[in-house]
Design a protein around this ligand. Structure first.
Ligand SMILES: Cc1cc2nc3c(=O)[nH]c(=O)nc-3n(C[C@H](O)[C@H](O)[C@H](O)COP(=O)(O)OP(=O)(O)OC[C@H]3O[C@@H](n4cnc5c(N)ncnc54)[C@H](O)[C@@H]3O)c2cc1C
Length: 386
């Protein structure tokens, strides 16, 4: 860590302690969107974490974003997921958006999210089937889509949105690594409808809902990057950010579950034996497995960040690996936490049950673990990814 990274974590800490941690249980119970947390993060400059300093941001990158995710997810993974999607969208806007919007994001005046997944192509976000069509005569564009999941749907100011290209050739636009175009869509555009409330197993405050677009009209200036360049933007900007931040979330969940489980087994007494659960070798071995898996993921995450930052030859492989490893490990570690804490965990007394539910998301969030296994296997075997 550098002095600068310590500074943004120092800024984050009181917000986490005073606001985010105390609200986490209520957010989970009621599905409330973490608005107060976002406002506090915005006031502190942390919504502009990955915005360039030239537009007033903190000028940070993947390392900072993943460390912030870890800290948040230890307390409230819903808040961490909302911020994850904002940072992923902000990174695209940083690269291709207008300066005024970049300044708004840096100042905490604009919050965004990613609108990639579609009912038609499901978790294959790289192959949108939704359309963009030029409106005859007036230089505007009509977007139609059935987006299947947008975190913070209806809550944020804009969506970074994928569609098939304007000049779509059906023969190429439906291929495995389908051609696509990225747009900035204001969330209050006419024709946009959040079609269902979010009622998920975990991350219950993240408001990931389906959104329908019927004849949504945007200007050509809403295009981020070039027509047909969406795949490149997804792979070069969004994928690394999302992989690292998702891994950071998983790490936070693992750290929280491991710490709570260890504290519980140390304190839970077997009065008739004059000992604690931690005196049972079986229980201690499970806690050891949790600790080892958590530390393995931290090691891989830090190595993957080093690989990316130094341009190491294995950087892309590490980027692919880090979310797959962290996602799977966090399901295992939180499941072990449920086991060693027994009925006290099942009845929510220890607080690991929320982490157990929250941890289930990463494995099915695109790119899903199984798709990553496919990519990593192809890379290991020298085959093209798409
Ligand atoms: C909490 C949450 C928040 C989300 N937020 C957003 C968001 O903000 N923006 C956004 O765009 N999306 C978001 N998503 C969507 C997410 O990225 C995935 O698109 C979605 O979870 C996939 O669900 P599905 O039912 O369509 O999966 P499906 O595609 O139906 O997958 C079902 C199963 O098939 C497997 N599978 C699919 N294809 C392959 C393959 N080629 N090889 C091997 N196995 C395969 C998958 O791994 C999975 O196990 C979010 C999802 C969740 C859970």
């Amino acid at each position: 860590m550098t002095a600068q990274t310590a500074a943004y974590l120092d800024t984050l800490e009181p917000i986490v302690k005073d606001l985010i941690a105390p609200a986490a249980g209520e957010i989970d119970r009621t599905g409330t969107f973490p608005r107060a947390a976002l406002e506090a993060l915005g006031r502190a400059g942390l919504l502009g974490l990955v915005s360039a300093t030239e537009v007033g941001g903190l000028g940070q990158g993947h390392r900072a974003a993943s460390l912030v995710m870890e800290r948040l997810a230890r307390e409230c993974a819903s808040t961490s997921m909302v911020l994850c999607m904002h940072y992923a969208a902000a990174a695209v806007i940083e690269a291709h958006g207008p300066r005024a919007l970049r300044e708004d994001i840096a100042a905490g005046r604009h919050i965004s999210s990613l609108a990639f997944s579609e009912a038609g192509s499901r978790s294959h976000f790289w192959a949108p089937v939704s359309t963009a069509a030029a409106v005859p005569g007036d230089g505007q564009v009509r977007l139609d889509a059935q987006k299947s999941w947008i975190t913070s749907a209806g809550q944020v100011d804009s969506y970074v949105w994928s569609s098939r290209p304007l000049a779509a050739d059906p023969a190429t636009a439906r291929g495995a690594g389908g051609a696509s175009t990225i747009w900035l869509v204001p969330s209050r555009s006419a024709g946009l409808t959040v079609t269902a409330p979010f009622d998920g197993l975990g991350l219950r405050g993240n408001h990931s809902s389906p959104v329908r677009a019927e004849g949504v009209v945007v200007g050509r200036g809403a295009m981020l990057g070039q027509d047909g360049d969406g795949f490149n933007i997804m792979m070069s900007i969004v994928l690394p950010y999302f992989q690292f931040m998702s891994a950071g979330c998983c790490l936070g969940l693992m750290e929280a579950a491991t710490a709570k489980a260890a504290a519980h087994v140390g304190g839970a007494r077997l009065q008739h034996l004059g000992s604690s659960l931690a005196d049972l070798p079986t229980v201690r071995a499970y806690v050891a497995r949790m600790r080892i898996k958590t530390d393995l993921v931290r090691g891989l995450l830090l190595d993957a960040l080093d690989a990316l930052e130094t341009g190491r030859a294995d950087a892309m492989l590490r980027v692919l690996e880090v979310k797959a490893a962290a996602g799977e490990a966090s399901t295992e570690v939180t499941e072990l936490a449920m086991r060693v804490c027994g009925g006290a965990a099942f009845r929510k007394e220890v607080g690991v049950e929320r982490h157990f539910r929250d941890a289930r998301a990463a494995t099915v969030m695109a790119p899903t673990t199984d798709v990553l296994y496919d990519f990593i296997g192809k890379a290991a075997c020298g085959l093209p990814l798409f």
